[in-house]
Design a binder for this molecule. Structure first.
Ligand SMILES: [Mn+2]
Length: 324
């Protein structure tokens, strides 16, 4: 860990110790890393201070309802005083959704994240792009707080790390990732139970949407680019929700010839959420930054405010130009 991060962590812990009314928040469209990080740090601060509020900014995907103390994440009253707000796994205020209002109201904002595109919006910024998951940073942070990492906290951190590394297979997985995972396993968490809940729990609705989406797979550049579009019509036909697209993009990336996997999600008629993954050499965060998005070198996203076929053309052009 760098000196600066170390120093900022100590300063952040100082603020936690001297603040009442502490709020935690993370990005909309939650994933395992942000929910795991929220609950882990929430539990740790609760141990230390007796009280903490976690702001619910979006619906929690059913995949994560098994996590201990998941009901700590709930809608909060913006009219109450906010001394300290800690944002987790979020690169900019805009991605906090309703949480942005809370952040603007807070006296102090601490920003803990691992996205390379993080714009350091906090008063204190603990941003470590070399960390595979925000949960890795939170692991160090809780240790520095002097709070014991028990089974509940470990289950949440393990979920964050496992989901953000694709079960320890993505290139962001480091020796440190495994060291932390080993320490978490040492607490006696039930990794089987976590894995079954995370990875062997796909609903039939999701499975049918999956089949449908793969039937519409398009490939470009001698199959180096694989692309799938999920429209509102497809969701309706399958009785599915947008969160049911989970897993599709990594399946496309799993095709031998594919370097860049692209998933377009029609959130609204002129609001297309684009997810990109790359395997070896294309920097997808650079592609997404052209559309005001961002993320990581091998996993990034952006939103294009066009109809889905126009959005497809725009993102494809940008992807293809990155192969030259
Ligand atoms: Mn993350």
């Amino acid at each position: 860990m760098s000196n600066l991060i170390n120093q900022n962590m100590m300063e952040a812990i100082d603020w936690i110790n001297k603040s009442d009314n502490i709020y935690l928040v993370s990005h909309v469209q939650p994933d395992g890393d942000n929910i795991g990080s929220l609950l882990a740090l929430g539990l740790a601060i609760k141990r230390l201070k007796g009280n903490v509020s976690i702001i619910k900014v979006d619906d929690i995907p059913s995949d994560f309802m098994f996590l201990p103390n998941i009901d700590m994440i709930k809608e909060q009253d913006i009219n109450k005083p906010i001394d300290l707000l800690i944002s987790l796994d979020c690169s900019d205020l805009g991605r906090l959704g309703i949480g942005k209002e809370f952040a603007l109201k807070a006296n102090i904002v601490i920003n803990i994240d691992h996205h390379i595109s993080n714009d350091n919006f906090g008063h204190i910024n603990i941003v470590s792009p070399s960390s595979a998951a925000t949960a890795e940073i939170v692991y160090d942070f809780i240790n520095k707080m002097g709070v014991l990492i028990d089974k509940d906290i470990a289950t949440c951190l393990y979920t964050g790390i496992s989901t953000d590394t694709g079960s320890f297979t993505y290139s962001n997985t480091s020796y440190k990732t495994h060291l932390i995972a080993a320490e978490l396993l040492k607490t006696g968490i039930d990794a089987d139970y976590i894995n079954i809940n995370l990875y062997q729990n796909r609903s039939m609705i999701r499975t049918k949407l999956f089949i449908d989406s793969l039937n519409s797979l398009e490939t470009y550049l001698d199959d180096k680019v694989g692309l799938v579009m999920i429209t509102q019509d497809m969701l309706k036909q399958n009785n599915a929700k947008m969160e049911d697209t989970e897993g599709i993009i990594s399946f496309i990336k799993g095709i031998d010839s594919v370097e860049v996997a692209c998933l377009l999600k029609e959130m609204d008629q002129r609001e297309i959420k684009v997810s990109l993954r790359s395997k070896r050499y294309i920097d997808v965060s650079r592609i997404c930054s052209k559309f005001n998005g961002g993320g990581h070198v091998r996993a990034a996203g952006c939103t294009i405010y066009e109809e889905i076929l126009d959005a497809k053309k725009l993102i494809l052009n940008e992807i293809i130009s990155n192969f030259r």
